[in-house]
Structures are given as structure tokens and as C-alpha cells.
Design a protein around this ligand. Structure first.
Ligand code: DAH
Length: 344
């Protein structure tokens, strides 16, 4: 029996891979292996002899199994080491160049407005895109059946009470209700809005507005003008001029359109400003007394102004883009061209 183990040891020394090891295991411990064959002698032995022979046989089985297991671990370890060596990464190799992405210019314009208004004491807040008719229209002085609703062809959900907000103005209502008629307010709310428009160069069923609201005591239209002036100069350059044109919104009185001087032709007239020298970028006005009242603010004590920029419009004017759809088609070539435009 010692001879068998010596032989196994000798053979193990030669073995370098697992399949050979398995063959060897079969040769010794398999059904027809040499150790199993020894067991067959047991049946011809006397009881006493059987006992001694049996225990030696068991020992040899255990020893052989241990030897084979040891050899297996050794081979596995060697294999692993070889693999690790082959797969090691040379960190001194030059890297592959991955082109860097950058934020969309629409997002950049919004951030620019945010940063500026934060520095003027405004908070940036969010509102729900799925809104109640009450906030989107009614509390803003636009009752059911009012023709002003037609201009904002709205996506209604389920029934006439829940909708995709057609403007960010409902956020004004929500914030004023929270102020409970006691606190001054300075907020902007940039966010997505939705209308049942057919998509073309200047319309999109989903677009972005930046709503602004300031409520305080002794606020006048000149405060709005001053604020707009600062925003316009920051976004379009120091020599940008601004003007108000009379307009009409249900939730402001008086209402205005806010224009900037065309920085492409310096006011001389070009295709971008349709030869007027001016470009409209926002609707605005003094918060209507009815809206203040609806939201718990006493119009005799409080006044405020509000404005609503079209974010795409701002980006289009700033970067000279003539088709609004480019913001949403995500064509990487277009996006890169914006980066170039910005660098210029
Ligand atoms: N919500 C208006 C729209 O979508 C834009 C607007 C006009 C917002 C005047 C205002 C405002 O806050 O005062 O057309």
C-alpha cells in the first residue's frame, strides 16, 4: 500500500493541469482505480484480517484524497496567478480620448437667470407639472369659459379639473397661498410647460418657462423695469436696451411685453428682429388685485410684479438659433455646434 502512495506522489509531481489531475484521480480512486481494486480483496478475507486490511485501506483512501486535493489547490492557485499576470493593466499607457459632454445651452441660459436672481434675493422653486385647473386658470383670474383659455390650448387629463400646466404662473398662486398674506415673496420657477401646439420652428407641445414673482409693500412698475434691465444686460450684454409695450394678461394689471434691443443689428433692423430693432422675450405686469385677493394678500397693503420668460426664446435669441426643435431632437451634431457658438 505504501508503494501505491509513493507512486501517486511521483505521478502528481508531473501534473500541471486540472484535466490530467482528474484522470489521475480516476486511476487511483475511481471505480476501477487501483485503490478500489484492493477493496475487492476484502470479500475473501477472514473477519480479523478484514478488519486490519479495511482500516489500512481507509487510511490510504484518505491520504490519497488529501494528496489529490492539495495538488488541485496548487494548480488552481498557479492558474489564477498566471491569469492575473496576463490581465494586469499597464497604467503608464496613454489613455483613449473620451470626448467631454457639456450641459445643454437651454439649461445654461436657465442657470444664468437663476444665478442672477438668486444674487438679488430670489429663491428658485419647483411646482407640479400636473396641475389643477384651479391653480392654472381660476385663481389667476381666468374663469371657466373665458376666451383667454383658448390661447393656451391645454392638455386635460381625465377630466376638466386636472391638466398639464400650460404656464408656470400657477406656481405664483401656490407660493402666495403659502405666504398666507403676510410674507413678502421673491421667487423664480423655471420649469416645463405644455400646450396642444403642433411642433414647428417656433412652437413645441412641451417648452420651458421661467416664472418670476415679487410681492412686497410699495412695489411699482419701475421696479419691474429695473429688474428686467439687469436681467437683459446680464444675458445679452451691457449695451442692451429694454422697453415695455402695453399688453394684456388676465392676471396682471397693467400688463406689458418686455423687449430687448436687437443685438444682431444694433437696432437697425434685421431678419431676427423682423426689422423692428426690438425682440420680445417676456410677458409681465403688476399682479392683478383679484389674484392677490384670491391668494390671501390684501391689495391695499401689498403689490407685486410677475414675469414669464420663454426659456427657449431666450436661448434662441442669445445663440442665434432659428429652430426651437433643436433643443429637443438631441442631435449631437447640433449640440456641438452650440458649444462652438458659445466659444465664439
Ligand atoms: N403665463 C404667461 C404665458 O404663458 C406669461 C406671463 C405673462 C407670465 C405675464 C407672467 C406675467 O407672470 O406676469 O403666456
Amino acid at each position: 500500500m505504501d508503494k501505491i502512495l509513493d507512486e501517486l506522489k511521483k505521478e502528481l509531481k508531473e501534473i500541471k493541469d486540472l484535466s490530467k489531475l482528474n484522470e489521475l484521480k480516476a486511476k487511483y480512486l475511481g471505480k476501477k482505480g487501483s485503490i478500489s481494486e484492493l477493496s475487492s480483496k476484502l470479500k475473501d478475507m477472514a473477519a480479523e484480517e478484514k478488519k486490519t486490511f479495511g482500516s489500512v485501506l481507509n487510511k490510504i483512501k484518505t491520504d490519497a484524497t488529501n494528496l489529490l486535493d492539495e495538488a488541485r489547490s496548487k494548480i488552481e492557485e498557479e492558474n489564477l496567478n498566471k491569469k492575473l499576470e496576463n490581465e494586469s493593466i499597464d497604467i503608464t499607457l496613454p489613455s483613449t480620448k473620451i470626448p467631454a459632454g457639456s450641459p445643454s445651452i437651454l439649461e445654461k441660459v436657465v442657470e444664468e437667470v437663476e444665478e442672477l436672481l438668486i444674487s438679488m434675493g430670489y429663491d428658485v422653486i419647483d411646482g407640479p407639472e400636473i396641475e389643477e385647473d384651479k391653480y392654472n386658470f381660476e385663481m389667476l383670474n381666468i374663469p371657466k369659459g373665458h376666451p383667454a383659455r383658448d390661447a393656451q390650448d391645454t392638455f386635460y387629463l381625465k377630466n376638466e379639473e386636472i391638466l398639464l400646466r400650460s404656464q408656470t404662473s400657477p406656481v405664483q398662486v401656490r407660493v402666495m397661498l403659502e405666504g398666507k398674506g403676510k410674507k413678502p415673496i421673491r421667487i423664480i420657477c423655471p420649469g416645463k410647460t405644455y400646450r396642444r401646439d403642433n411642433d414647428d420652428a417656433t412652437h413645441s407641445h412641451q417648452f420651458m418657462q421661467i416664472e418670476g414673482l415679487l410681492i412686497d409693500r410699495k412695489v411699482s412698475l419701475s421696479d419691474l423695469k429695473g429688474t428686467f434691465d439687469v436681467i437683459a444686460k446680464k444675458l445679452f450684454g451691457e449695451d442692451t436696451e429694454t422697453r415695455f409695450r402695453p399688453s394684456y394678461y388676465q392676471f396682471t394689471e397693467p400688463s406689458v411685453e418686455m423687449d430687448i434691443s436687437c443685438h444682431h443689428c444694433d437696432g437697425k433692423g434685421c431678419s431676427i428682429c423682423k426689422n423692428t430693432g426690438w425682440i420680445t422675450v417676456s410677458g409681465a405686469g403688476m399682479v392683478h388685485p383679484n389674484v392677490l385677493k384670491n391668494c390671501g394678500y390684501d391689495p391695499k397693503e401689498w403689490q407685486g410684479f410677475a414675469f414669464g420668460f420663454g426659456a427657449e426664446r431666450l436661448a434662441m435669441v442669445k445663440y442665434n438659433i432659428d429652430d426651437l426643435r433643436v433643443f429637443y431632437t438631441n442631435d449631437i451634431r447640433e449640440m456641438r455646434s452650440f458649444d462652438r457658438k458659445e466659444a465664439e
